[in-house]
Design a binder for this molecule. Structure first.
Ligand SMILES: Nc1ncnc2c1ncn2[C@@H]1O[C@H](COP(=O)(O)OP(=O)(O)OP(=O)(O)O)[C@@H](O)[C@H]1O
Ligand SMILES: [Mg+2]
Length: 244
């Protein structure tokens, strides 16, 4: 696969305030790429731009080999190949089953295949018993699991995970991490993950990027960045100190 994401001088502002300024970023296919950074540093903003859910103010963006022109047909085609688990998972009104099946129905999959796929995904996140429950009555962690099942059900080429396991108990989070790894290995899915869990980043990531104040401070292999950060700000962040 071609390099799924190439960013060049991407700037995003809210009013006068610049919240993102990424000079160069290229994300290789088939990797687990992790983004680290303090609250408000622009991680979710960056994810939303790459997922084509938010328009940048300046710069060029290439997604799955196409120069993004924000034209309707192109957006639909590209968005269909990506899915995202957000920090707070939105549930559609309806059952857990309905939520996980949603993207599959939109892709005109046969009813039989939908049933099988949804069954497998619910099994994976340990939510089979909740199949017919009203999705909006689930606890935060349960919702997050359903959101993960929903995102993976469509077998995306790119999966964005914005703090996927932040409110999930340790045992379930370990299960989910294993599935993320398995999906990456088996399907060669490119995974772009934001996490505040440095252990999780270290366990899963091939490559890591550290951003602060909307700018890339450092990027490299997980091994390099965690064991020998080059920038003092990265080192401070990894030690749990405030980054200025
Ligand atoms: N719609 C918006 N309007 C105005 N400001 C916004 C908007 N969305 C985000 N911001 C600001 O942009 C900055 C980056 O936000 P973003 O959500 O990308 O941070 P983050 O790195 O994901 O943080 P966190 O770790 O807390 O999730 C923040 O200062 C935030 O307040
Ligand atoms: Mg965020």
């Amino acid at each position: 696969m071609k390099t799924p994401f190439k960013l060049h001088n991407i700037v995003k502002r809210y009013g006068e305030r610049e919240v993102l300024n990424i000079d160069q970023l290229s994300i290789p296919a088939g990797n687990i790429y992790t983004i680290l950074g303090p609250n408000g540093s622009g991680k979710s903003t960056l994810l939303r731009i790459m997922a084509l859910l938010l328009v940048n103010d300046e710069g060029q963006l290439e997604v799955l080999g196409e120069k993004v022109i924000w034209q309707k047909g192109q957006l639909l085609r590209l968005r269909r190949q990506m899915s995202m688990v957000t920090q707070t998972s939105f549930m559609f009104q309806g059952s857990v089953y309905y939520n996980v099946a949603y993207g599959l129905r939109a892709r005109q999959m046969s009813a039989k295949k939908v049933r099988r796929q949804v069954g497998e995904m619910l099994e994976m996140v340990g939510m089979t018993a909740y199949r017919d429950a009203d999705a909006r009555t689930l606890s935060g962690g349960e919702r997050q699991k359903v959101a993960i099942a929903r995102a993976l059900a469509v077998n995306p080429r790119v999966l964005f995970l914005d703090e996927p396991t932040s409110n999930i108990d340790l045992a379930s989070a370990t299960d989910i991490e294993n599935h993320i790894r398995q999906i990456n290995k088996q399907r060669k899915t490119t995974i772009i993950m934001v996490t505040h869990n440095l252990f999780q980043a270290r366990r899963l990531a091939d490559e890591v990027m550290f951003i602060s104040d909307g700018r890339i401070i450092e990027k490299g292999t997980a091994e390099e960045l965690f064991s020998q950060p080059r920038d003092e700000r990265t080192a401070a962040f990894l030690r749990g100190e405030t980054v200025f």
